[in-house]
Design a protein around this ligand. Structure first.
Ligand SMILES: [Zn+2]
Length: 386
């Protein structure tokens, strides 16, 4: 009927295409965080959309984000195809790119199938998760600094592709202990990115506890360490094919080197890195910690904090803890523990944890962490060789 509807569109040298044009419908990913690899129309009228990772042998986080356009009002049947990997993210739909809703879907023959309602002549968007773009971080950073006296934003340096990596600092001249907060090593991990924002906002709100906390501790945020991967819609890596959260031993990437050097300069100026949190997403809510008895101080800090968090939530949230240590693996948490001899935690939000629950957990985690950090004396953060 329409010969070009049966064309297989291929762009083999790239893992992402800009556009797939068919007679009735156009798919495109020509915008930041956009991602779509290959399109094919079947004789049955369904559009097969293939997702491919940026590199081989990668963590299965098939990110997608594309627009759908049709001249006529229509319902477009699509199927996501992820060869060699399990699909992970349930499809979200938006008519404006800002507010998102989950779409009904089914799985069949390894495909994720769903229908996309498209109004006449107006693009709609499909994404793995409601995207948080580099521009969103910039807007968030600006609104937070505007609302928070003494919160400063500065340029840490540039990513491999020359994008700005920003740091936020809240410090007072007499404080010397630092809390470090890192985010977005892995581009598709949106619930973790959201948790970082919620957590930070709670830590900066006007309250007796935050005042007491910020009167003693400085805070350093690197909310978006992988802006190249975010812009590219990568599943995991930097655009230099590296997993940043395996780079904290070899430091092959400018992004990890910038953070390493910033922490070094804080130490060199007499500052004390006291604790670090690194925000991610995985299949469920979990805190990755350093094991009991690891050479850090205060040795029982993380256990106490997470017990306090469990008590605070009174059963509304089940705190899951997974201790682990692998000195050669290049994970940020381990880098902090091994370099500064203090506790560090990877804060993982579930992919499907609801928006309000992410905010609730982040608020509870921030409250209890501030109390826990205050409950130890400065001396207790100094690890003493046994
Ligand atoms: Zn991650």
């Amino acid at each position: 009927m329409y010969p070009n509807r049966f064309l297989l569109l291929l762009l083999v040298f790239s893992s992402s295409v800009w556009a797939c044009d068919f007679e009735q419908v156009q798919f495109a990913s020509d915008f930041p965080t956009g991602r779509l690899s290959q399109c094919e129309a079947t004789p049955q009228g369904r559009y097969l959309l293939t997702l491919k990772p940026e590199d081989k042998d990668i963590n299965p986080s098939p990110w997608y984000h594309f627009s759908v356009y049709a001249e006529k009002q229509s319902t477009i049947p699509v199927a996501l195809v992820v060869k060699g990997y399990a699909p992970r993210y349930m499809p979200k739909y938006s008519t404006d790119g800002n507010s998102w809703q989950a779409l009904p879907f089914d799985t069949n023959n390894g495909q994720v199938q769903f229908n996309v309602p498209v109004p006449a002549g107006k693009k709609v968007y499909i994404a793995a998760q409601p995207p948080i773009t580099n521009a969103d971080y910039k807007a968030w950073t600006q609104s937070l600094t505007k609302a928070t006296p003494g919160l400063e934003v500065s340029l840490l340096g540039q990513s491999k592709q020359g994008r700005d990596i920003l740091v936020l600092t809240k410090q007072q001249p007499d404080n010397h202990e630092w809390l470090v907060i890192l985010g977005r090593q892995h581009p598709p991990e949106i619930t973790g990115a959201q948790a970082l924002m919620d957590f930070s906002e709670r830590m900066l709100e006007d309250s007796a506890l935050t005042k007491q906390f910020l009167d003693r501790f400085n805070v350093l945020w690197i909310p978006n360490i992988n802006p190249d991967g975010v812009a590219a819609g990568n599943w995991r890596h930097t655009t230099d094919s590296q997993d940043l959260n395996r780079d904290w031993v070899k430091f092959s990437q400018p992004e990890s080197r910038l953070v390493r050097d910033k922490l070094k300069s804080i130490s060199a100026a007499g500052g004390k890195i006291a604790f670090a949190l690194d925000f991610h997403s995985t299949y469920y809510d979990v805190f990755y910690t350093m094991p009991d008895g690891y050479s850090i101080a205060p040795v029982a800090f993380t256990e106490q904090w997470l017990n306090d968090l469990q008590a605070y939530t009174n059963g509304m949230f089940k705190v899951s803890v997974k201790p682990g240590s692998n000195p050669d693996n290049g994970v940020f948490k381990q880098f902090i523990a091994d370099t500064y001899k203090v506790p560090s935690v990877t804060y993982e939000m579930g992919d499907n944890t609801p928006r309000e629950k992410i905010r609730y957990i982040a608020g509870a985690a921030a409250q209890t962490l501030m109390r826990s950090l205050l409950s130890y004396t400065p001396d207790e953060y100094d690890y003493k060789e046994q």
